[in-house]
Write a protein that binds this ligand. Structure first.
Ligand code: KG4
Ligand code: ZN
Length: 347
């Protein structure tokens, strides 16, 4: 089964062709980073206008790279949420139009569920069904969640951020430190250059009390809060002005450590409280090398195999969309033709 996938939930316009949920024949991505960088973050209207402009050429490239044409495609899959409403509408509408024109099924995909699946796109990874029950950490600019996928093959959120996402925490800190957008890679680079690894600077762990009203049915121990971390960085910089690149690098290292430890500690706890056959990560922040190293330690200690996506499948891409659609696992998508974009979609 050959699936054409389309992704446009935030600031990447992407299309991909994937065979049978595993074999990536092409993965074309146009990133809008250069358009949003001067604003220090994603501007929704700029994003949707750029999606409209770029989606035809990205689709063309995905088909050409895969050496197929529209008539070879068996189904069209697209992200319908969560994400920016005006961005989602572009990709999802394009998918509806294409599926109608070639008279093939339309498969609506949950973006967060696709990030979970992204670790199983590598030829070296086993099929996801062999890693169930699976614990996944999904960390990007818009989401931070710990998810359990059990034998029923349906994801359940165990914990998530109650305020900022991990990527947002990187992006906001980077702005404060004058390191630019996107913040994750910039903070990582500064942290790597820190001679003292941020020792002597400490930021709060962001623990959440069990009576926090935002928790709902979630367990406090598996949830995150990053807005306090951002405030403590602002306070730290006010008290200890950044006077050199070396100062800045040390702060970046301590800040990165705080995020990485918050994420890894929650995962370690979740692994210790359940039975798991696999542990995975996904989303743009899963590119972070300090996080990847810490997750490897956590997995080794818990004796659970770790599956990390290839770098090209960490950030937003359409291969994970087409692959999940073709895998036959996961949430049974609702009847797609009548669906609207769903910015706050959850599961
Ligand atoms: O998954 P993604 O491309 O888009 C969303 O769905 O949000 O993630 C983008 C986020 C940004 O916040 C960016 O700063 C972060 O991923 N990111 C990183 C790294 N590379 C990208 N965060 C930490 N370390 C990195 N190396
Ligand atoms: Zn994403």
């Amino acid at each position: 089964m050959l699936v054409l996938g389309i992704e446009s939930s935030c600031d990447e316009t992407a299309a991909a062709v994937v065979r049978d949920g595993r074999e990536v024949l092409s993965s074309a991505i146009h990133t809008q980073i250069a358009l949003h960088a001067p604003h220090g973050g994603v501007v929704p209207e700029i994003a949707s206008r750029s999606h409209i402009e770029k989606i035809p050429s990205v689709l063309r490239k995905a088909l050409d790279d895969a050496k197929v044409s529209f008539s070879d495609i068996d189904a069209v899959a697209a992200t319908y949420g969560p994400g920016l409403a005006s961005s989602l509408l572009v990709g999802f509408s394009a998918a509806k139009g294409i599926a109608a024109a070639i008279d093939k099924p339309l498969i609506a995909i949950n973006h967060v569920e696709a990030h979970i699946y992204s670790a199983f796109l590598s030829q070296s990874a086993p099929p996801i069904t062999e890693a169930l029950p699976l614990l996944s950490l999904v960390v990007s600019g818009g989401h931070s969640a710990i998810v359990r996928t059990g034998a029923d093959r349906v994801p359940h959120i165990l914990g998530q951020t109650l305020d900022d996402a991990a990527g947002e925490a990187f992006d906001k800190a980077s702005k404060m430190l004058g390191l630019g957008y996107p913040g994750g890679p910039a903070i990582q680079k500064a942290a790597d250059a820190a001679a003292n690894h941020g020792k002597g600077i400490s930021f709060p762990k962001g623990r959440i009390s069990g009576d926090n009203p935002s928790l709902g049915s979630l367990t406090a121990d598996f949830c995150f809060s990053f807005s306090g971390l951002k405030t403590s960085l602002r306070n730290y910089i006010q008290k200890h002005p950044v006077e050199s690149e070396a100062d800045r690098d040390e702060i970046a290292a301590a800040y990165q450590d705080a995020i990485v430890n918050a994420l890894a500690d929650r995962c370690a706890l979740a692994l210790s409280r359940g039975r798991y056959a696999g542990f995975s990560a996904g989303g743009g922040v899963s590119l972070n090398s300090a996080l990847r190293a810490r997750l490897a330690e956590v997995a080794a200690k818990a004796h659970v195999p770790l599956f990390l996506p290839e770098p090209r499948f960490c950030g937003d891409n359409a291969a994970m969309i087409a692959a999940l659609a073709g895998s036959g696992i996961g949430i049974q998508p609702p009847e797609s033709w009548a669906l609207d974009a769903s910015p706050n979609l959850t599961f």
